[in-house]
Design a protein around this ligand. Structure first.
Ligand SMILES: CC(C)(COP(=O)(O)OP(=O)(O)OC[C@H]1O[C@@H](n2cnc3c(N)ncnc32)[C@H](O)[C@@H]1OP(=O)(O)O)[C@@H](O)C(=O)NCCC(=O)NCCS
Length: 165
């Protein structure tokens, strides 16, 4: 459990499915994701089982509400020799500083508990919100590139960023 000013970052639980469905089914939240939206709470339940087993994507819970408002992932990348960070926040909670708080929280935790020093992330050039979150957390641009969704039908120009502590 990671404890920040307003958030808990913790493993997902099966009963989080309805909260998670709210953003996994929202085309606006998933606009820049390399995967499609989920179509049902049942689909989300199966996904939660995978996330819980893999233990690399965590729930962002808003303190005092029990409500899960987003996800954040921390995954070791052997290629980059760094921890890759990714996140989503439910649309009705955007622009409250929650993504920035969660990213800072997981970085502090990873440094403290895992001895992590190197982090990586990427975002679509058009996704100014995500770029700003990473900039506020100290990430700097490393290179540009591309990623795709829908079997390559949609290609995003992307910016790859790094943080070394
Ligand atoms: C990107 C995302 C996680 C940001 O979440 P958030 O909790 O609203 O972010 P924060 O409130 O911490 O905002 C951080 C900064 O981004 C800015 N920002 C937020 N939304 C923005 C937008 N739509 N356009 C431009 N800047 C934006 C905020 O103003 C803030 O900067 P400031 O302090 O200088 O004002 C959220 O928009 C989201 O879930 N988007 C869809 C999924 C996604 O893109 N995930 C990341 C994939 S790489």
């Amino acid at each position: 459990m990671i404890n920040t000013e307003r958030l808990f970052i913790r493993p997902f639980r099966p009963r989080d499915a309805e909260d998670v469905f709210e953003w996994r089914s929202d085309p606006e939240v998933n606009r820049f994701m390399p995967y499609p939206c989920d179509g049902s709470v049942e689909e989300v339940r199966q996904r939660l089982e995978e996330w819980i087993a893999d233990n690399d994507k965590f729930a962002i819970e808003l303190k005092g509400t029990g409500r899960v408002i987003g996800d954040i992932s921390l995954e070791w990348s052997e290629k980059d020799k760094a921890y890759e960070i990714g996140y989503n926040i439910c649309r009705s909670f955007w622009r409250n500083g929650y993504a920035t708080e969660a990213v800072r929280g997981i970085i502090d935790w990873a440094c403290d508990k895992l001895g992590a020093r190197d982090f990586t992330a990427f975002y679509a050039k058009e996704n100014g919100a995500s770029g700003r979150v990473l900039e506020k957390c100290g990430f700097v641009r490393e290179h540009t590139g591309q990623y795709s969704r829908d079997n390559g039908k949609k290609v995003f120009e992307a910016i790859f960023v790094e943080l070394h502590i």
